[in-house]
Write a protein that binds this ligand. Structure first.
Ligand code: HEC
Length: 158
């Protein structure tokens, strides 16, 4: 009897390990995305004229996107597909190379914007590309790696 219980508990521990979701990494990637989003809200506000124009701040944010995006790519281990109110789509794990390429493309688009944005006029012409070609390489209406941006923006903070 004792022996059976011991075996059962070993099996139970094993099963827990298999099904346990990596909630820390999900929290961490949501926070990483929120850091990018906070910077983006500032840049977007300057583009719309609701936040005073500040080139140094814009450039600092664009640099921050690149650092955070590099980190973001590594926050999708196999044990983080569900749980923690994640919005990450299964496609991330089905097409990992494509996902990594989308993250790299975001960095490329952001780097180009950092060179092109030199004043308020160029912010207005170049920043929309960061969103349409950068953010939207993952956030798509269909078959994306994340929900469309308008839905992600409604997401309650963890
Ligand atoms: C490399 C792909 C990728 C790029 C590029 C990207 N995102 Fe995301 N984003 C994701 C994924 C995946 C999630 C879902 C993360 C989760 O819930 O585990 C997400 C989540 C979000 C969220 C919800 C955060 C939360 O509270 O959970 C917002 C808002 C968001 N993204 C906005 C943006 C904006 C704005 C940009 C561009 C400046 C951007 N994203 C660029 C993949 C990306």
């Amino acid at each position: 009897m004792y022996r059976t219980l011991a075996v059962l508990s070993v099996v139970a521990v094993g099963a827990t390990a298999v099904f346990a979701q990596n909630l820390d990494v999900i929290k961490s990637r949501r926070e990483t995305m929120q850091t990018i989003v906070a910077g983006s809200a500032t840049n977007f506000g300057m583009m719309k004229g609701s936040v005073p124009f500040d080139l140094a701040k814009i450039q600092a944010n664009l640099k921050m996107y690149q650092e955070q995006a590099a980190k973001f790519k590594g926050l999708f281990p196999e044990d983080s597909k569900t749980g923690g109110d994640t919005d990450a789509k299964p496609k991330i794990w089905q097409s990992k190379a494509e996902f990594d390429a989308a993250a790299d493309k975001f960095v490329t688009v952001v780097k180009a914007a950092a060179v092109a944005i030199t004043d308020e006029a160029t912010l207005k012409t170049e920043y929309p590309k960061v969103i349409s070609e950068g953010c939207n390489s993952c956030h798509k209406d269909a078959d994306g790696f994340a929900p469309p941006l308008r839905e992600s923006f409604k997401k309650p903070k963890p």
